[in-house]
Design a protein around this ligand. Sequence first.
Ligand code: SAM
Length: 255
Amino acid sequence: MNSESDEYEDFAEIYDVFYGTLRDDIDFYCGLAEKYGDPVLELGCGTGRISIPLARRGYRVVGLDASKSMLEIFKKKLEKEPNEVRKRIEIIHADMRDFSLDKKFPLIIIPFSSIVHLTSLNDSLKAFTNAYNHLIKGGVFAFDVFIPKYEYITKRRRIEFYTRDTDEGKRLILWERAEYDLTNQLIHVDRLVEIVHPDNESKRYFWKTTLRWYTKSELELLLKLAGFNNIKVYGDFNLGEYRYEKGKMVFIAMK
Ligand SMILES: C[S@@+](CC[C@H](N)C(=O)[O-])C[C@H]1O[C@@H](n2cnc3c(N)ncnc32)[C@H](O)[C@@H]1O
């Protein structure tokens, strides 16, 4: 995805219905800000799910994202925040592979698997190199990313369907099909969501995207190539050991 094409255009409006209540990564990224300092640069900040809590806890944040529609939602959410939170946040519309800012940061983060949108090793290397160049000496780069289940990869397809009632009395219906392309290490996702309001009026949202899954050793090598050292990989946000079964990798690397 780049800053001209917006895969999240339709989905941005309901992104927070799905992910807005996730909490476990917020304390982790806030803890890094406490340890390594601010301003924090969040690449792929989306609707501000992590940036806003960081600013609420007193840290200055620069949120950068390639999707105008995700950033529009972020800006709307900010309007409801107190002035002191708003003034700690700067929002930038740009591609993490080729942005250039006139300042450097002690901490750069890419939460919630945003790197899977970088669908080639060349793209992820560009983003990592760019992050490296925007860090101060001794600065820290951290991100987390999912590990796909080999079960899905070998079946080459995952189909999901569920319905859920929201707190506002709406019904959410989701259909999703993911096709696993083993040759190119890509996942082609088609997601259709229907939100049915209490008066039975409904609206449909479509999200079509291509994601790349990454392995631990690929990411370690990419980080080394980008210049990072002291690369650590964990399996959860409590810095527990990395294990495939945990389904997640948490990376912390230093400049
Ligand atoms: C899964 S969302 C994560 C959003 C947010 N970090 C969170 O934790 O909720 C992925 C985000 O990465 C952004 N993104 C994808 N490719 C990007 C790129 N090349 N440059 C900047 N942002 C990108 C998308 O627009 C989207 O907002």
